[in-house]
Write a protein that binds this ligand. Structure first.
Ligand SMILES: NC(=O)C1=CN([C@@H]2O[C@H](COP(=O)(O)OP(=O)(O)OC[C@H]3O[C@@H](n4cnc5c(N)ncnc54)[C@H](O)[C@@H]3O)[C@@H](O)[C@H]2O)C=CC1
Ligand SMILES: O=C([O-])C1=[NH+]CCC1
Length: 313
C-alpha cells in the first residue's frame, strides 16, 4: 500500500521563494545543537561517496532522519574537481523526501538552492559565534554560487564597513561585484584581499592551499567551505596550526577534510557544542570553521521548503 501523498516536484524557483535565512538560521542552530548532544536521536551517517573517475568527481549520498520531527530525506550531490577555468558546475544536487513509515518518495526537490543557502547559513552561524566582536572587513575568496550565497547572508546578518572579493579570474570578481546588492572591492591577489580582514570565507574549487596563515590577521575568523575531500584543501598548515578549529561534524572532518587530516590539526569543537554551551567560542583567537556539509542541514532546509510549499498549494 502506498502512502496517501502524491509525488510532487519542487523546482529551483519555488525552493528559492520558500527558503529564507531568517527561518533557516534558527532551525539550523537547533539541529546543530541536537546533533552535538551525546544522546542525539537524529541520524546522519558520514557522507557516502561514489567516485566518478571518468569525470573527476564524486556522487555524495547524504541521508538524514530528524527523529523529533519524523522527517526523512536524502540529498544526492555530485561534486567535481574542475579545471580552474571550467564553466561546468562544481556541484549539482537533488533532495528526495521519503515517507518514513511507508518508504515511498513524497517529493523531489531542487537541491542546488538548498545547498547554497544552508551552507552559507551555517557559515553565518559560525561567524556569529566566532568572529571578532568588532568585525569591519569581510573577504570572500571565490565568486561562484557559494560566494554569492555567503555574500547575501553575511551582509543581511552583519554590518561590515568593507566587503572584498578575490577570484581566480578578475572578470568573475567584477561580475560578482556588479551583481552584489552593495559595494564590493575587487582585489588582485588573495594576500591583498585578506590583509586586515576580520572575517574570511573561502568558497573556491581549489584543491591546494590558496589562503596562507602568514596573511591572516590574528583573531580573524575563517569559514572554509570548499575542499571537501581528504586530499583537497584551501588553507595551509600555518593557518591550521595557529587557529582554533571548529567543524560541523567531527566524524565528517576526520573522514573528509584535507585541511584537518593533512595538517594534523586538532578539532576543538563542533559548532553544535558551542551552541549547546559545552565548548567555548574562542572569539578572541584566530578561528577556522571547517564546513563539509551535513545531511541534517539539508533536511532542515528541505522541511522548511516543504512546509511552505504545502501552505501555498
Ligand atoms: N561545505 C559545504 O557544505 C559545501 C561545499 N561546497 C564546495 O564549495 C566550493 C565552491 O562551490 P560553488 O560556489 O558551488 O562552485 P562554483 O563553481 O560556483 O565557484 C567556484 C569558484 O572557485 C574559483 N576557482 C576555481 N578554481 C580555483 C582555484 N584553483 N583556486 C582558486 N579559486 C578557484 C572559481 O573561479 C569560482 O569563483 C566547491 O569546492 C564545492 O565543492 C559546495 C557545496 C557545499
Ligand atoms: O554538503 C554538500 O552538499 C557538499 N559538500 C561538498 C560538496 C557538496
Amino acid at each position: 500500500m502506498d502512502s496517501p501523498m502524491i509525488l510532487v516536484v519542487i523546482g529551483k524557483n519555488e525552493v528559492e521563494e520558500f527558503l529564507h535565512y531568517k527561518d533557516l538560521i534558527p532551525r539550523l542552530e537547533v539541529a546543530l545543537g541536537e546533533f552535538s548532544k551525546p544522546d542525539r536521536e537524529d541520524i546522519q551517517p558520514v557522507r557516502c561517496t561514489v567516485p566518478l573517475q571518468r569525470y573527476n568527481g564524486f556522487l555524495g549520498l547524504m541521508p538524514a532522519y530528524l527523529a523529533h520531527e519524523d522527517f526523512l530525506c536524502t540529498k544526492m550531490v555530485c561534486f567535481y574537481k574542475r579545471e580552474s577555468g571550467s564553466n561546468l558546475p562544481s556541484t549539482r544536487a537533488t533532495v528526495l523526501l521519503i515517507d518514513p513509515e511507508y518508504g515511498n518518495v513524497n517529493a523531489v526537490m531542487d537541491g542546488d538552492v538548498i545547498t547554497a543557502k544552508r551552507t552559507a547559513a551555517v557559515s553565518a552561524i559560525s561567524a556569529k559565534l566566532l568572529m571578532p566582536a568588532k568585525s569591519e572587513v569581510f573577504t570572500i575568496l571565490g565568486s561562484g554560487h557559494q560566494a554569492l550565497s555567503h555574500y547575501n547572508v553575511f551582509t543581511e546578518t552583519f554590518s561590515f564597513k568593507q566587503v572584498r572579493v578575490w577570484s581566480w579570474r578578475r572578470e568573475s570578481s567584477e561580475r560578482f561585484a556588479q551583481a552584489a546588492l552593495g559595494p564590493v572591492t575587487v582585489c588582485e591577489s588573495v594576500e591583498e584581499a585578506v590583509n586586515g580582514a576580520d572575517v574570511i570565507v573561502t568558497a573556491t574549487r581549489a584543491t591546494e592551499p590558496v589562503l596562507f596563515g602568514q596573511w591572516v590577521k590574528p583573531g580573524a575568523h575563517v569559514a572554509a567551505v570548499g575542499a571537501c575531500r581528504p586530499d583537497w584543501r584551501e588553507l595551509d598548515d600555518v593557518l591550521m596550526s595557529k587557529a582554533e578549529v571548529y567543524v560541523d561534524s567531527r566524524e565528517g572532518a576526520a573522514a573528509e577534510s584535507g585541511e584537518v587530516i593533512l595538517s594534523g590539526a586538532k578539532v576543538f569543537a563542533e559548532l553544535g557544542e558551542v551552541l549547546n554551551g559545552t565548548r567555548p567560542a574562542q572569539r578572541e583567537k584566530t578561528t577556522v570553521f571547517k564546513s563539509l556539509g551535513m545531511g541534517i542541514q539539508d533536511a532542515v532546509a528541505a522541511k522548511l521548503v516543504f512546509e511552505q510549499w504545502k501552505r501555498h498549494h
